[in-house]
Write a protein that binds this ligand. Sequence first.
Ligand code: DOR
Ligand code: ZN
Length: 345
Amino acid sequence: MTKLTIRRPDDWHLHLRDGEMLKGILPETSRHFARAIIMPNLVPPVVTGDQAAAYRDRILAALPEGAAFEPLMTLYLTEATDPADVAAAAASGLVKAVKLYPAGATTNSHSGVRDFDKVRPVLERMAEIGLPLCLHGEVTDSDVDIFDREAVFIDRVLDPIRRATPGLRVVMEHITTSDAVAYARSAGDDLGATITTHHLVINRNHILVGGIKPHYYCLPVAKRESHRLALREAATSGEARFFLGTDSAPHIDALKEHACGCAGCFTATNTLSILAEVFEQEGALDRLEGFTSLNGPRFYRLPPNEAQITLTRGAPVIYPDKIQTGAGPVTVFDPGFPLHWHVNN
Ligand code: DOR
Ligand code: ZN
């Protein structure tokens, strides 16, 4: 196959930031994607419906002329979140999900949840109205090894929350382990799981062997090879519960190449070319559209996009190694192999 036309993709987990960074990196997503679930971990976080509306306006104002891109807004769940505000923001159509960060799990998560009982009323209201909960699924206990934090979260937090809140629709975000793949498969259609582009490409050796590679460091951190293979099998399986959430997360190089480097891989620029290459390697190009363009809208109960994009196989794709933003340069994720699938809008 040398040509593939699919419905325009959506990104079900994206960091756009704000200000100069937003302006600099938004075109990298709007070039190829129709919609994205926008993460609310700004400083300060996007907690209320009013804050989400204002952030949405800033995103729309930063779009390049003529771009057709719809930001799907989320609220950052805190222990003080008001269930009525969440319900109103969902009823108005503004907010498509609520994001739960365990406090301290990742970038700008200190306002997240420490005591899960405190957010029960919000979760119950969400179950009633069918509003999805997006979960950063890692425990933060200092005695749990960083490579085990996702698997432990499933047992200690996710499964108890789902049992206590029947009907709650949950997205396990950016899954990184075969444990998460198995758990997602054990559940019904009230559970979805997103997979990033980079976790299909790198394992923990890529971060650590031959010198530390800060641009491969993200959270949840990439695991051993058997987990990467489980993710590739899941993403290319055609199962509707698995869909793309890139977690493309820009940080300026000065903060990545640092004694305490930030977590995040910036993949927006070359994500589709990488995914096409991965699906081709797995003999599953016919399943790419499901992963990028059909399974996500189905979970979120939105129509798939009518617009299409065409990918064409050819000479290696040339893409910038950095995006220059007004906030500083941002390094584009290097998959470590040549990409041959060109995206024609
Ligand atoms: O690698 C990550 N970067 N993981 C997250 O959960 C947050 C994100 C960010 O905001 O930079
Ligand atoms: Zn994220």
